[in-house]
Ligand binder design. Structure first.
Ligand SMILES: Cc1cc2nc3c(=O)[nH]c(=O)nc-3n(C[C@H](O)[C@H](O)[C@H](O)COP(=O)(O)OP(=O)(O)OC[C@H]3O[C@@H](n4cnc5c(N)ncnc54)[C@H](O)[C@@H]3O)c2cc1C
Length: 423
């Protein structure tokens, strides 16, 4: 195995941006160059606001955004039923539609800015793990009746042919979805921002955010400071102690990914589709073919960080449960990433009473929602608050620190056990 380096990092070294040095002034300072921070800067730039500094502690896409499964699809971490149950049918549908708009927006940006990110427009399958057709019946009906979305039903035999696995009991197909190399996409966004005049700084960890006597903010890093009118925190599960009012409202939860050696002409025996696949369990597998004939495999949720060797071992076992024909296949890369979860599993977008803006809590379903968060936050920064108010219902309830993490792990085991009993 190639150590701890992710496949994404190994195949996309990226451009380098100088650390912040000395004092800079800007109208807006965004902290965190993951999808949320980058999308906010993009949306500001596309609306003519370029007086922006984007600070990244490590390198662009260092967090979840440059490590994820690469699934680009509709929806939030909170499932659709729960979404509608919380805000009502009409508002729930509206919020869901925003995520479909975000999928289109990502497609548009890839084309408009010429971002080469191995985008594969083959759709995504939701595969039924359980020998119970009601799982798919109910989901398909709900999506159609309540959200106006058609997910195509694939019979068990047709799906077994496409997925080349006997493990599943049919699937639903989300045609408009796609998958891509997420780190290349973050790097492409950063390049477009830099070309457009936004100041991007890597190796620039914000160490303090201080209010300046009625004159905006001072954001400090080891090498400099940004004096700005507005500050936006987009640090995801990597926020650590930066701003306790925000850090205390999310749980950093790990999930794992590995990538096999190139399968070459063995690939058709594993997948007869370009689509990505996930399944109907609470803790589902998610996997997809890569353009160089490797298989990317992700899964598990944990409060523990594990060594790449442990990640590879666990995921390899999972993979063989679905693809016994891959026994003996080498794993070349394995890594983990941190997601940020609010207690309610919805994105947390808004402004603290102190005046600090935030966009976080995208959980394990954040590629689309971060893109729409960029639009919502940029509109708010330009004085248009109706969009951000739509997310006000969820707020920033405390997640309870270490006890909250333990509770999350217990809940995960409970759901895992429930799925195991059901199967
Ligand atoms: C392994 C994995 C698989 C996933 N798969 C999918 C998927 O297939 N599809 C999907 O929709 N979602 C997926 N997700 C979720 C999705 O990746 C996230 O929801 C999304 O990327 C969150 O983006 P973000 O910008 O909020 O956070 P991040 O991408 O984590 O970005 C936060 C950034 O802030 C920086 N930062 C932190 N503190 C500071 C500081 N003090 N100063 C400066 N910078 C700082 C970090 O270095 C980091 O770059 C997955 C997540 C993981 C971890």
């Amino acid at each position: 195995m190639n150590g701890a380096e992710s496949y994404y990092r190994a195949t996309a070294p990226g451009d380098a941006y100088a650390p912040l040095a000395g004092r800079q002034e800007a109208r807006i300072c965004i902290i965190g160059a993951g999808f949320a921070g980058l999308a906010t800067a993009m949306s500001l730039m596309e609306h003519g606001e370029r007086d922006v500094v984007l600070l990244e502690a490590e390198t662009v896409g260092h967090g979840a955004s440059g490590r994820n499964g690469g699934f680009v699809f509709g929806g939030y971490s909170l499932d659709e039923q729960a979404l509608l149950a919380t805000v009502g049918a009409e508002q729930g549908k509206r919020l869901y539609q925003l995520t479909l708009g975000a999928v289109d927006q990502i497609r548009r940006r890839i084309a408009q800015y010429g971002i080469e990110c191995d985008a594969t427009h083959g759709g995504i399958y939701l595969a039924n793990w359980f020998d119970d057709p009601r799982v798919l019946d109910e989901r398909q009906r709900f999506m159609q009746e309540h959200l106006g979305v058609e997910w195509q039903r694939i019979s068990p035999s047709d799906f077994a042919e496409k997925a080349r696995s006997e493990r599943y009991f049919g699937a639903l197909f989300e045609e408009n979805a796609f998958h891509f190399h997420p780190l290349k996409y973050t790097q492409g966004l950063a390049r477009a921002l830099h070309a457009g005049g936004v100041r991007v700084h890597e190796a620039s960890r914000a160490s303090a955010i201080e209010a300046r006597n009625g004159k905006g903010w001072r954001v400090a890093t080891a090498g400099g400071e940004v004096l700005c009118d507005e500050v936006v925190v987009c640090c995801g599960g990597y926020i650590e102690r930066l701003y306790p009012a925000l850090a205390g409202a999310i749980l950093p939860i790990a999930t794992y990914v590995m990538v096999t050696e190139p399968l070459g002409d063995r690939m058709p025996a594993v997948l007869a589709t370009d689509a990505a696949i996930y399944d109907t369990r609470f803790a589902f597998d998610y996997y997809r073919p890569l353009q160089d004939s490797r298989l990317l495999w992700g899964g598990r949720i944990s409060i523990r960080s594990r060594s790449p060797q442990d990640v590879a071992r666990l995921l390899y076992e999972d993979m063989l449960k679905v693809y016994p024909q891959l026994a003996g296949t080498r794993v070349d890369h394995a890594w983990s990433g941190l997601m940020s979860y609010g207690r309610h599993k919805m994105p947390q977008l808004g402004r603290l009473p102190s005046g600090v803006w935030y966009g976080m809590g995208f959980g394990g379903h954040g590629v689309g929602p971060t893109s729409l968060a960029g639009d919502v936050l940029s509109a708010a920064l330009m004085g248009e608050l109706t969009q951000v108010e739509q997310f006000g219902a969820w707020g920033l309830p405390t997640t309870g620190g270490p006890a909250g993490l333990l509770a999350a792990q217990l809940a995960y085991w409970y759901y895992e056990l429930r799925d195991w009993i059901r199967q």
